[in-house]
Design a protein around this ligand. Sequence first.
Ligand code: A2P
Length: 339
Amino acid sequence: MSPAYTKPGPAFDLTGTSPTTPTYKLNSGHEMPVVAYGTYRSAPGEVGPAVIEALKAGYRHLDLAHVYRNEKEIGGALKQAFDEGIVKREDLFITGKLWNSDHDVDIVPQACDTSLKDLQIDHFDLYVIHFPICWKHTGLDTPGYGASELGDTSLIDTWHAMEALVDAGKTRSIGVSNYPLVLMHDLTTQAKIQPACNQIEVNAYYQRESLVNYCLSRGICVTAHTPLGGGATNTETWGTVNPLTEPLIKEVADACGKSPAQVLLRWLLQRGICILPKSVKPHRMAQNIDLFDFSIPDDGMDKITTLERYHSFKSNPNPLPAFLGGKDAYSAEGTDIFD
Ligand code: A2P
């Protein structure tokens, strides 16, 4: 059956063989490198040197978040990188995220300022609502986690506070993360400034076709977090399946002369999706951005599409156990906001 909607065309050019990362022109008019360096689950003492390595490896888009609790260390690394001339601020695209316990309208600008101060920068390129859920505020330096309670600010009021950040010059673009389709539509019908992106979990085992097409057809960039399915880390932590060890991925990778990780990442790019792979290992960082001198042929793309398992790793971070044992845990397993 042919789709009734107009399938969106690619919003960035993958045809060249230039080693430079292509950019996606956001609906705000700003250009965003299509590969970001992710910093979730990077340990203290590890993340600063890793960011410097990532910059040296050519990453120009950094994906950060207040709840990762590593902004101060990254701020030190950025200062070092600017002082040593490794990169200039204007050549970097920096994404930050508003945490669940900072949704209250008066807290939003304070939360943004706290992150900017810790990062030693004066604006974000993109600032996103991390999850579509408001928790009670627990202090700017102590993001709520554990037995969290639902707060009383609506998502649209938080969004309007985000819009004010653009007007105040604190961020050039605003967006959301982990928004399902119905909430995306609720937002787009009410926003004064349309969201520039939705950062969501997408990988070969969790392909999100309707949500991706909804966003792309409305000029909203999709960025894939957990593009490698969390790699071995998720398998070790939660015993989940790992697409990096999938035989079919290896087969396509061998045919392309590339690694399984490169094929998983390039498959997303060829679907028009930006990516944020995370590795603290320099050889993997280099590999994860070296994606522009090959192409997966159509039959390889189709084969990977057959891997869909509707399997969410919900790893960034899973909001479900964050409710465990709290007043607002509505089941023994906690509250699943994707229910
Ligand atoms: P490490 O940081 O030790 O390299 P995701 O981006 O889907 O969240 O996956 C991140 C996980 O995948 C991390 O455990 C990371 O480990 C691992 N990883 C990142 N890049 C690669 C790669 N090119 N090959 C294999 N594993 C990778």
